[in-house]
Structure formats: structure tokens, C-alpha cells
Design a protein around this ligand. Sequence first.
Ligand code: ADP
Ligand code: ASP
Ligand code: MG
Length: 415
Amino acid sequence: MNINMKYWGDNMKILVQKFGGSSVSTDEQRKIVASKISGAVKEGYKVAVVVSAMGRMGAAYATDTLKGLVTDESIISKRDMDLLMACGEIISSVVMASELKLLGIEATCLTGGQAGIITDDCFNDARILQVNPAEIYKEFERNDVVLVAGFQGMTKDGKITTLGRGGSDTTAAALGVALNAERVDIYTDVDGVKTADPKIVNNAKTLDKITYNEICQLAHEGAKVIHPRAVEIAMQGNIPLRVLSTFGEGEGTIVANGVLKGENVTDIKNDRIITGITQKTNVSQLIIDNSAKDQEISNKIFKALAQAEISVDFISINETEIIFTVKYTDCEKAVAIINNLGLKVKTNPHCAKVAAVGAGMTGVPGVMSKIVEALTEKNIKILQSADSYTSIWCLVPQENMEEAVRTLHEKFNLG
Ligand code: ADP
Ligand code: ASP
Ligand code: MG
């Protein structure tokens, strides 16, 4: 990502505040949001506020509702779908501006493109290539608050794109870096980054500090509280992030580098062995027999799936079997492709990927043994497992996913 650094704003104290869909869904909630923005203005900040579409599925202008207006998604181009989805955040920013006006705060609304967010043309999941914050600085000369529609950008030739589901976080992080903000505050419906999804684990603990590395792994493995690209961008720009509740007064979770330089001492904050437990749903496992021990078969399968743009994960090839996972929505298509190659496939269509994530687990013995022990005690089948230097993943039947998350959370004493 290329940031067009400025000469404007050198004396400005800038804060980025991002409010997720669940923070702006009702009139009452938007009043709370307005008071948070007003608080930052009173502290002397120029505030770039990033908003998501209002509410979740079912709410009139939520992203999923807008998508649902198109009866059959496959007959509309991805480019047109982006035009439709981008409306949700634009509506939200204007509604929020009116709420601020009631408090006597003037704010300008900008689309992602107007805010200088330039992306590639990978519609529905575009990457930010460049941020040119000139327009935001210009607006900051007039007003203290600029409202930017999250989750969207624009290609160099002016086509509207969206940044992938949950992408308003990415907008906020990119603006934070481009504006050299003091901090990016991600306001949401939970009080910070927790040791597991609180919708599954009641006693999940809020982490008060976390390194970029730790949160990056959690986000990649499914902790949807923040988008992984947002963390990567903030980390590259070394901009502090904070995840906190819109509806409480808590400090939330601070995400920053592991090294804190004090007056006489330097604290090195090491990554935890296990930071948290995460889950990803709607995964299907495919098992292909290769008792003929023909390596060419793997080659044919993965080429055919790549051509059909089906992404594969959790790949395990041994002499007699080829095993991998695909998204549940791609399962039927993947099976048909493999059958067309004259091969038989066994499937476990309803699976979930549960992970123990900890950037400090490298070289620590006994982590896998604890996982296997915990899941065995609960009779939860491990259909497949794999590990990296920061995570151990287990594929389990979808119906056992929540219990698996709770069991591992308890086994590692994270609550
Ligand atoms: P927003 O609308 O604010 O963007 P999201 O729904 O995208 O909110 O993200 C917040 C949700 O993330 C929470 O409601 C929570 O259920 C879920 N979540 C998943 N894993 C975690 C975790 N480790 N810590 C906190 N929240 C998590
Ligand atoms: N509204 C978008 C979504 O639902 C972006 C976001 O909420 O961050 O994915
Ligand atoms: Mg989100």
C-alpha cells in the first residue's frame, strides 16, 4: 500500500474512530456514537470517523439486506454487487452526520473513493493500493470531523469497489496510517479482543494488551472482531490500534508493539503461548483415495480446482490419500470436478476448523497433547489436524464446534 504523505496537517492531532454495524443500528446507539465523537473533538482531535452499514441481516440498510435484494447473485456482476453494497456505508455516514449536527458538530461525508482510497479491481474483495488523504485534510481545515464510508474504495479509473466482508476495519487502519493518526479506535459490540468469541464462551477474558503479531494470528484464524488486513496495515504503519466497546466506558484492548521503552528500562512483551481459541465454520472435507500411489493424480486435482477458482485449505497428501478442505459453498462443485477426472471422493460436508492460537507456542512441548486430550475427553472427533509456528488447527464436525472451542478454552485456562 502506497501512502501519499502530506505536508498538510503537521500540527493536527488526529484520531481515527471506527464504528461497526452493530454500533450504529438504532437511533439510540447513534446518539451514543455521536457522544464518543464529540468527546474526541472536545479533547482537541480532528476525527476521521469510519462507519459501517447500519445493523446486521434484516436491518433495512445492512450489507446482507442489500445483497438480499438481488434474488440470484450469480446473474449480477461482482462490479455491480459492489455498487449495491457500497450504498450501506454511504447511507450510514450521512445519517451519522445528521446526528452530529444535532450536537452542533459540522461534519463532511466522503465515500471511500472521495477519501482517497484507491484499490485494485478485485471486486468484492479489493486490496487498497494507495491512500491519498488530501481531501480529508482539506475538510479538516473547515471542520473537526470527517465521516468516511467504510468498506469501500475506488479503482484508478473510478470504479467503486468493496474491501471484503468486515472491511470497514481496513478502511480505518489505512486512514490511520495515511493521516499519521495518534491511534485507531475500533468501536464494536464487545469490550475488546477476547480469548474466544464471547458468543460461544461465556467466560472469555478481555485482553488488555496484545501484540500485532498475536491479534494478526487471531484475526486470520477467524476472530471476526477485527479484519486481518486492518491489523497488517496498522502494523506496517506502526499505528496503535484499540478495540473497545461503543456502549461501555472500558479501555478495551490496546494493540501495539511488544517493546515498551520506559525512562530507565525497556520492557519486551513476549507473545503468549496460547492467546485464544478461534473457529471457522462452513468448511467441507474431501478425501480422495490414491491407493494406486500415482502422484500425477494430485497434480490433476489441484490444477482443475484452481482453474475453477476453488480455493483449497488444510491440504494433506500422503502416499495413499489426498485430503483437503474447501468452503461448504464450493463443495458440490469440487466433487463434480473430481468425479469428472474419473476419481471417487469421500466428503465430510459439515465441518469446522477450530484453532488454538498463540504466537509464543513455537518449540513449547505439550500443546498438541493437551488439545488431543481435551477433545478426546469430550468424544469430539478430530477429522484432521495441522500446525504452524503460531497455531494448531483441528477439523471437527460442525455440530461439535462450539463444544470444542469451550473445551479447549477451559483446558488452557484462558477464562
Ligand atoms: P462490528 O459490527 O463492530 O464490525 P463484528 O461483528 O464484525 O462487529 O465483530 C464483533 C464480534 O466479533 C463480536 O460480537 C464477537 O461475537 C465476535 N468475536 C469473535 N471472536 C472474538 C474475539 N476473540 N474477541 C472478541 N470478539 C470476538
Ligand atoms: N458492512 C460491511 C460488512 O458487513 C463492512 C463492515 O461491517 O466492516 O461486511
Ligand atoms: Mg466487523
